[in-house]
Design a protein around this ligand. Structure first.
Ligand SMILES: Nc1c(NC[C@H](O)[C@H](O)[C@H](O)CO)[nH]c(=O)[nH]c1=O
Ligand SMILES: CC(=O)[C@@H](O)COP(=O)(O)O
Length: 195
């Protein structure tokens, strides 16, 4: 799930590529966009609910299971084709991607606070990992760097700079976190501790 700030497409692509590299089936990745970061907690909550209600109504048969074996859950679900997306079971993890850029009022602070608390609440209430892919940047340049992009006004990264200073696509980190948390959550649900 993503909103549409600077570098969002790049971070989404990075997350998607990492999910695929980790073995997640393309057909099991579902994407929804929202108007702004403020809408993310509600959208995460309703998407998870949709993923469970479709299963309850038995509309669609099972898709490939990310976690294998007898898992009853998939990491993500059918790719949207522009129409209603049906699916086979509860989402295993949701990555909420967004970017907040500080302006000149308190808008940024209120939204950052609401969204971070909202996403935390949703994951604890629903018992599904929600990955915090919301950047809170002081300017667009910071957002570009964290998408692994160079902003038009910034100098090329110094190859000797630290990993953090050089910038990289944080979408990849979020996808890895989603896969790890999905697997761990399944293990914990079965009374197992996985490393
Ligand atoms: N200023 C930013 C916003 N603002 C829009 C809100 O998120 C929201 O969509 C609107 O208030 C309607 O409820 N959104 C971002 O994602 N990033 C910003 O920097
Ligand atoms: C309204 C906005 O999109 C947001 O950037 C807030 O900017 P500002 O604090 O300058 O009103």
């Amino acid at each position: 799930m993503a909103n549409k700030g600077p570098g969002e497409a790049k971070k989404y692509d990075g997350a998607r590529k990492t999910l695929l590299a980790a073995g997640v089936q393309e057909a099991n990745i579902v994407t929804q966009t929202v108007p702004g970061a403020y809408e993310l907690p509600f959208a995460v909550q309703r998407m998870y609910s949709a993923s469970t209600s479709s299963q309850a109504s038995g509309l669609v048969s099972a898709a490939a299971d990310l976690l294998g074996g007898g898992s009853s859950t998939d990491l993500t679900k059918t790719v949207a084709t522009g129409e209603t997306n049906t699916n086979s079971g509860p989402l295993d993890a949701i990555i909420a991607i967004g970017v907040l850029i500080k302006g000149s009022t308190m808008h940024f602070e209120y939204i950052a606070d609401a969204v971070s608390h909202g996403l935390m609440r949703v994951q604890l209430d629903l018992n599904v990992p929600v990955i915090f892919g919301v950047l809170t940047c002081l300017d667009e340049e910071q957002a570009y760097k964290r998408a692994g992009l160079q902003h038009k006004d910034s100098k090329p990264a110094d190859p000797n700079a630290s990993y953090a200073e050089q910038g990289h696509n944080h979408g990849e980190d979020w996808a890895s976190a989603a896969v790890e948390m999905a697997a761990k959550r399944q293990g914990w649900g079965e009374g197992k501790f996985i490393d």
